[in-house]
Design a protein around this ligand. Structure first.
Ligand code: GTP
Ligand code: MG
Length: 367
């Protein structure tokens, strides 16, 4: 008798890492795109990488590499090829024609994770806006291929999925309408904020690279039960909770995580969420210093992740005082000397949590 598995088969992906910047870590890039793929439940069939010396406008990677991948795919068919680079529509088309497989880029993959994770109305609107902003310049390519590769799979699903057939004008109209709806929610947020200001409640925003442990920290500090998971972009909604510090009540907010080359469509769409960090009296930057390469455990990633977080904060104008909490210290074999307003913590063993509270209070008192 034939048996049927009720479990949905995971889609298979081939990853193509493109190295363009000097000093860029190949391990780090491979690890990150692998974790991104895992965060949207893809099974990684293989990884190719190429250091680009001469930029190929048609396919980004060189024609030799395209051939190599094509041959590989004949033996190892996949559902999607993910290129860890921002591609224009003609490049997506050329590559998918060459491979005979759907191709999506880094931004498409990140948008897919967001589309699957969006729960609240605001997050859904923001993801839909980001998808539409991303799809707008790619409309011709999407229309051309939508018959060939149906919806419902990676890069094609989510709130924006049914909109792929719309023409440019309709898409622009929807973008406009989404912006208005998001602005309305933002206005409500502003009302709440003014209310808090009237009551002189100070605000602390938890920010940092994705998977650093921001939600875990909010949970430990406020005894909450916010969703925590070992995947990228587990949190897409800002959650604010009261934190009691030595007689004073402050508002603590958990925010969406950052990543290298954060798609500008997402920054634009999540502007009102990121506004929370900008408006905060104090920024609590959570770092995971234990994050190392899966292949080379000596290679530390946190320096790059701190740079990314700081530059996103700078770019949105979040210039307030920053405390740096080096989380997951339970996993560290050795510690480095820290500066002022820096502390080792573990949300798991609770080490450093009381000291962190003291540092937060000191900073707020000094405002
Ligand atoms: N060992 C250890 N693991 C931790 C610690 N804090 C958090 N984690 C784990 O790190 C993973 C990510 O934690 P989250 O709190 O979801 O991280 P986040 O920064 O909110 O991540 P995103 O919302 O996805 O950006 C989870 O598997 C946590 O259990 C810690 O102090 N020690
Ligand atoms: Mg989180």
């Amino acid at each position: 008798m034939k048996t049927y598995s009720t479990e949905k088969q995971r889609e298979k992906a081939l990853l193509v890492v493109v190295l363009t910047k000097k000093g860029e870590s190949k391990n780090r890039k491979i690890d990150e795109i692998t974790r991104l793929a895992a965060s949207t439940d893809l099974e990684v069939e293989g990884v190719f990488s190429q250091t680009i010396k001469e930029f190929n406008r048609a396919t980004v990677i060189g024609s030799g590499k395209v051939e190599e991948i094509k041959e590989y795919l004949q033996q190892h068919p996949v559902d999607v090829v993910i290129v860890d680079y921002k591609l224009v529509s003609s490049q997506i088309k050329n590559l998918s024609d060459a491979f005979g497989t759907r191709v999506i880029d880094r931004v498409g993959l990140i948008l897919d994770i967001f589309a699957k994770g969006a729960k609240t109305n605001e997050a859904k609107l923001q993801v839909r806006l980001a998808q539409n902003l991303y799809n707008l310049p790619r409309l011709a390519q999407i229309k051309g291929s939508s018959g060939r590769y149906g919806s419902g799979s990676v890069g094609m699903r989510g709130p924006g999925e049914t909109k792929l057939e719309l023409d440019r004008r309709l898409l622009e109209k929807e973008i406009d309408s989404l912006k208005k709806q998001i602005a309305k929610i933002k206005e409500q947020r502003n009302v709440n904020r003014r209310e808090r200001e009237k009551n002189a409640i100070k605000r602390v925003a938890i920010v940092g690279y994705t998977n650093a442990g921001k939600s875990s920290l909010l949970n430990v500090l406020t005894r909450e039960d916010i969703y925590v998971k070992d995947k990228y972009f587990a949190t897409l909604d800002t959650t604010s909770r009261k934190l009691y510090l030595d007689g004073e009540t402050v508002m603590l907010t958990d925010t969406v995580g950052f990543i290298s080359d954060l798609p500008h469509e997402l920054v634009e769409a999540f502007a009102s969420t990121l506004e929370e960090a900008k408006q905060a009296d104090l920024i609590l930057h959570v770092v995971d210093p234990s994050a190392t390469s899966l292949t080379d455990d000596k290679e530390k990633y946190y320096i790059e992740s701190m740079k990314v977080t700081n530059s996103v904060l700078d770019s949105i104008g979040a210039t307030k005082n920053r405390i740096v909490a080096f989380n997951k210290c339970d996993l560290l074999p050795a510690r480095e000397k820290l500066g002022a307003n820096e502390i080792y913590i573990s949300t798991k063993t609770k080490e450093g949590i009381d000291d962190l509270k003291r540092i937060i209070k000191q900073n707020l008192d000094n405002l």
